[in-house]
Design a protein around this ligand. Structure first.
Ligand code: PMP
Length: 293
């Protein structure tokens, strides 16, 4: 990419000059929300669904986004256009904005909107065929009545604790349980298992983000005739599954070949995972908002 332009509260600023206040409450307290969005061949995949989730997160934490839905959509599209990006990743951040050192949001008069677009480093193609090695980790998912995992907040410390353990074990993604011991999600991906032709994913109330990719896969299962059940399951079900995969904006649909030393199925991407990835890759260039029409 040549000169990279960042959207900073209504202005386009060169990457080197894109700075925020040290009094910003997103920085001081993780008080804010975000979205990670993909652009595939000029198509912003499911932008509407991402913006719906953003505005729902904002409502939940009583954050007034200073742009209407339409203005936000236009800001995202314009940032992509300015950067002449056809394929990549969009990070949309809305922080509570600058305030004082106290945590009271009333001291933050205006929320701060940032849009960054970048090229994306994703897993190598062979990882999609061979699958990832993964582990379960000790930090439990935030309980929904503390900080609801449905809110895509800037407070990712729970997820970062997972990432630290994943790093120690040398794996790219790990499995988080909820406080009752049911499988919740990965550090930044939703999780699915397949057993005897049935696809399972935890309901979000177990403690998972309502992933946009997760939603797309649930829809694809319906279209392709794979029975899909949203129900809680345990690590035992993961270990004995025929297939396990993670879904996420960056990861797409990535198979898991081993969990906690147990080989999953044939130890490589299974047929249903592979089929779902193929079909997912067909919709990503058409389902969404075309930037360069
Ligand atoms: N769970 C968490 C905690 C996440 O941060 C993400 C986003 N990377 C996901 C799941 C997957 O959601 P999506 O498909 O919308 O990217």
């Amino acid at each position: 990419m040549a000169q990279q332009w960042i959207y900073l509260n209504g202005d386009f600023v060169a990457k080197e000059d894109a700075k925020i206040s040290v009094y910003d409450h997103g920085f001081l307290y993780g008080d804010g929300i975000f979205e990670g969005i993909r652009i595939y061949d000029g198509n912003i995949f499911r932008l509407k669904e991402h913006l719906d989730r953003l505005y729902d997160s904002a409502k939940s934490i009583q954050l007034d986004i200073p742009l209407t839905y339409e203005e936000m959509q236009e800001a995202v599209v314009e940032t992509v256009r300015r950067n002449e990006l056809r394929n990549g990743y969009i990070r949309l951040v809305v922080s509570r904005g600058p305030g004082d050192l106290g945590l009271d949001p009333r001291r933050c008069p205006k929320a701060f909107v940032i849009i960054i677009v970048e090229q994306l480093a994703i897993y190598p193609e062979e990882a999609y065929r061979n699958g990832l090695v993964s582990i379960s980790v000790s930090p439990r998912r935030n309980i929904p009545d503390a900080l609801n995992p449905k809110i895509k907040s800037l407070n990712y410390l729970n997820n970062i604790l997972v990432k630290l353990q994943a790093n120690l074990a040398g794996v790219g993604e790990a499995i988080m349980l909820n406080a009752q011991g049911y499988v919740a999600e990965g550090s930044s991906d939703n999780i699915f298992i397949v057993k005897k032709g049935v696809v399972y994913t935890p309901p979000c109330w177990v403690g998972a983000l309502e992933g946009i990719t997760r939603g797309a896969i649930i829809e694809l299962c319906g279209k392709l005739g794979y029975p899909l059940r949203e129900e809680p399951f345990t690590l035992h079900d993961v270990y004995t599954a025929d297939e396990v995969f993670f879904t996420g904006t960056a990861a797409e649909v990535i198979a898991v070949r081993e969990v906690d030393g147990r080989t999953i199925g044939a130890g490589k991407a299974g047929p249903i995972t592979t089929h779902l990835l193929e079909e997912f890759r067909k919709i990503v260039t058409v389902d969404g908002v075309q930037v360069y029409k």
